[in-house]
Design a protein around this ligand. Structure first.
Ligand code: LRH
Ligand code: MN
Length: 424
């Protein structure tokens, strides 16, 4: 499904007057708006290839129809998102759910939509049909060397696909752990896992990064062998300078202070990137910013402060990726809302008056410190994010245009109502 530029222009024309009025007000009330707009135009978020169809739970899955039937149609859908918001210029693939049979052709197709390939994701949490050894009791942690070998070889294969596609990073999320006390020797499981990661790290191409993603529980419910940021940091510190910790917002125990975790990982130079989503209870994989938008703002506040302290490039030096699952929303609408929420939080974090905040912190003026933060959080930056889209050639209101163009209806007509996309 391709959306014509003239369709986007006509949509923008219809909204321009109202947008200009809102921008006039924002441009007066915001310090240095042009610099902020440049940063927003540059900022892009990678779309997960496994979240372009309807997600489900063990209790059921309710397909919305028109789902991509192959990798090429997934790239088409990400291309559509990028045409609408000009901030989704990368795809993150999951292997073997999305094996590029012809990598050169897939790479060329993506380039036609202005897309590049972000982190590759390996999968040693499911048994594939012809697989020799089961991952029931783990992969890199497994007591049997043959299972560990199989898992290491899979990750090397994923790196090979990534090199062909121009990706420069691998995300390893391990479902490994235990469900009952006594099931696992924690020390030996850690050491076997570290050894496996070291073999993977050893073959990383020079310009690649290895992201080690942690998770507090599920599918194991007593221990996870990469269970929290501390354990991930232990691995990445022992692995070397190309290994970093990946923060999936849904992978924490209730009430964890994720913004503090982010600040400290950044301070250590070991923050690799994010899997953005939102949750109320567990790894709910809900729309970004739909449940805890203030937490997302506080995370971006630490990111802007910490990245500037290290002179990092906001758009390029960390992995910005979404990891969500859409049980009741149209997957493309959900992703449009998620990208929007990320850009809104980034824009608000850029508005924080750092001098005023520092002065309040130095004076232990707690009330003013809160006022400074919430002044930014309570600023309506939607016109700024829309303006950045407009300047980048996107739609002022991507969701409205997606609806008015009846894209889902057209996808169902083209692909049918029953197709099931690979992924979660
Ligand atoms: C695990 C996870 C991981 C992916 C999977 C699809 O919960 O967040 O990042 O491999 O979801
Ligand atoms: Mn994730």
């Amino acid at each position: 499904m391709h959306i014509e530029n003239h369709t986007i222009d006509a949509h923008n024309q219809s909204l321009l007057a109202g947008h200009r009025r809102k921008m006039e007000y924002v441009m007066e009330s915001v310090k240095n708006p042009e610099a902020l707009l440049r940063k927003l135009v540059e900022f892009e978020v990678a779309i997960p290839s496994w979240a372009l169809g309807t997600g489900g739970t063990r209790f059921g899955r309710f397909s919305g129809g028109g789902e991509p039937r192959c990798l090429e149609e997934k790239i088409e859908d990400v291309g559509l998102l990028h045409a609408l918001n000009r901030s989704s210029g990368a795809v993150s693939l999951h292997i073997p759910w999305d094996i590029p049979e012809n990598a050169a052709a897939v790479r060329a197709l993506a380039a036609r939509y202005g897309l590049r390939f972000d982190a590759m994701n390996s999968n040693t949490f499911q048994d594939q049909p012809e697989q020799a050894h089961s991952y029931k009791f783990g992969s890199l942690q497994h007591v049997r060397a043959a299972v560990r070998r199989q898992a290491i070889d899979h990750n090397l294969e994923v790196i090979r696909y990534g090199v062909e596609l121009g990706s420069t990073s691998l995300t390893v999320w391990l479902a490994d752990g235990s469900c009952f006390p006594g099931q696992l020797n924690f020390r030996e499981a850690f050491q076997r896992t570290l050894q496996g990661l070291q073999e993977i790290y050893a073959v990383l191409p020079p310009d690649w990064k290895l992201f080690v993603e942690y998770k507090a529980y599920e599918p194991n419910f007593y221990s996870m062998t990469v269970g929290d940021w501390g354990q991930s940091l232990l691995y990445t510190s022992k692995l070397g300078p190309k290994a970093f910790t990946l923060v999936d917002l849904g992978h924490h125990l209730p009430n964890a202070n994720i913004e503090q975790i982010v600040a400290l990982l950044l301070m250590e130079g070991k923050l690799g990137g994010f899997h953005f989503n939102d949750s109320k209870y567990g790894d709910d994989d809900l729309t970004v910013g739909s449940i805890k938008p203030y937490q997302l703002f506080l995370i971006f506040n630490e990111l802007v402060e910490g990245m500037d302290a290290r002179g990092m490039d906001h758009a390029r030096d960390l992995g910005w990726m979404i990891d969500a699952s859409h049980n009741v929303k149209d997957p493309l609408e959900d992703l449009l809302q998620s990208v929007e929420a990320i850009l809104l939080s980034y824009a608000q974090a850029l508005l924080v008056d750092r001098q005023l905040l520092k002065a309040a912190q130095e004076a232990n003026d707690v009330a003013i410190a809160q006022e400074v933060l919430q002044a930014a959080f309570r600023t309506d930056v939607r016109p700024l994010v829309a303006e950045a889209r407009l300047r980048a050639g996107g739609a002022l209101d991507p969701l409205a245009l997606y609806r008015s163009e009846q894209i889902r209806k057209r996808l169902i007509k083209e692909r049918g109502a029953r197709g099931v996309a690979t992924g979660l």
